[in-house]
Design a protein around this ligand. Structure first.
Ligand code: MG
Length: 369
């Protein structure tokens, strides 16, 4: 089987409400790139790359399309079912730039599943028992707004919440009240500062939690791996690494350093399902819990994450974030519904989604052999 055509689509994803992260960062819309890989066997695979704007990670939407443009001559003619080999080709042709490669890699897994007649989760090690818990993503607004957002999310079935912290120490110590309220409701909370605290700030907030008798999971408290490690060694609060864990090499170091209790794997951050699976499997061997996510995206991305999460051993599977939570755009049918704050991967071959041509519009680029 050979890739014969690559079609690239661009779609805007206006958010249902403005979204804030630490440091005053604000988003109102995302720009997503959808890729269709066509093959000489008549099988088409779908993938998506959706960076969270330009200021969240070293990634941006126009860059994703430029990455695909740069890689297209190398990818055409490859057998998409040989996913590791396709990644070798991409990494030789263009080192780095994982945020663009993820769309091609995801589409290759979709083709592999369709060709094998198996869902991607069964090709990634096999379906693990149980439904996958969803985690909400609670924008770092004011405290009253945060609490009302959480109550609305609970009504949609969420029982796990990633509460975004602002980066302002006194405000964030007060935000622990919101976290305590979530715990009192019987729900689970992550405290995610998205790298927004200096080490001393992180220590102050984590120590304030400890003095209240709260042991919480603090996600990416500081900007760099080294700062997170230093902060975690100064207080007795567990850490989840996210933004700075972008490669299996960082994970190996984190395991050796005992730097974290959990990790957040975003498939676009690491370069696609192939690399996310490697990180997932190493983390599982080390006994780390995981949240499986991407930086943004539609039903296509959500399906890809779901297959990765569904094939992750249940005791290690903290949660999945479905980015369709923050917008109303539907580019594909087939994504499983949310059921009581959970999702379960479909049994249909590949990713199990069917993109809607009328919603994708005309391709912005087409590459053929
Ligand atoms: Mg995070």
């Amino acid at each position: 089987m050979r890739i014969t055509t690559i079609r690239v689509y661009q779609v805007d994803l206006p958010m249902t409400k403005p979204y804030r992260l630490s440091g005053g960062r604000l988003w109102t819309s995302l720009d997503t790139t959808v890729v269709a890989l066509e093959t000489d066997a008549g099988v088409t695979g779908w993938g998506e790359a959706c960076p969270f704007g330009s200021s969240y990670l070293p990634a941006f939407a126009k860059g994703a399309r430029a990455v695909i443009d740069e890689l297209a001559p190398s990818i055409l003619g490859c057998d998409p079912r040989r996913t590791d080999r396709v990644n070798d080709v991409m990494d030789r042709a263009l080192p780095g730039h994982p945020y663009g490669k993820t769309a091609i890699d995801m589409a290759c897994w979709d083709i592999l599943g369709k060709d094998a007649g198996m869902p991607v989760c069964d090709l990634m090690g096999g379906r693990a028992e149980g439904a996958v818990d969803l985690v909400s993503s609670v924008s770092a607004g004011g405290l009253a707004e945060t609490l009302s957002n959480i109550k609305a999310l609970r009504q949609r079935g969420y029982r796990k919440h990633s509460v975004k912290f602002s980066g302002d120490v006194s405000e964030d110590i007060a935000r622990l009240d919101v976290v305590a309220e979530i715990l009192a409701l019987g729900d689970d909370a992550l405290c995610d500062c998205n790298g927004g605290w200096l080490q001393g700030d992180a220590v102050a907030v984590m120590e304030a939690a400890r003095q209240r008798g709260l042991t919480l999971l603090f996600e990416q408290p500081c900007a760099t791996y080294e700062q997170c490690l230093a902060a975690s060694r100064m207080v007795s609060q567990p850490i989840m690494l996210d933004e700075s864990l972008d490669d299996v090499t960082v994970l190996l170091r984190a395991i050796a350093d005992n730097a974290c209790a959990a990790i957040n794997i975003k498939i676009g951050k690491v370069g696609g399902l192939t690399k996310a699976r490697l990180i997932r499997d190493v983390a599982a061997h080390a006994g780390l819990t995981m949240s499986l996510q991407d930086t943004g995206g539609t039903q296509i991305t959500a399906a890809a994450i779901l297959h990765l999460a569904q094939s992750t051993p249940a005791p290690l599977r903290h949660s999945l974030w479905d980015a369709t939570e923050i917008h109303d755009v539907c580019l594909a049918d087939g994504k499983p519904d949310w059921v009581d704050g959970t999702m379960t991967a479909p049994d249909t071959p590949g990713l199990g989604i069917q993109p809607k041509p009328d919603k994708l519009g005309d391709p912005v680029a087409v590459y053929t052999v």
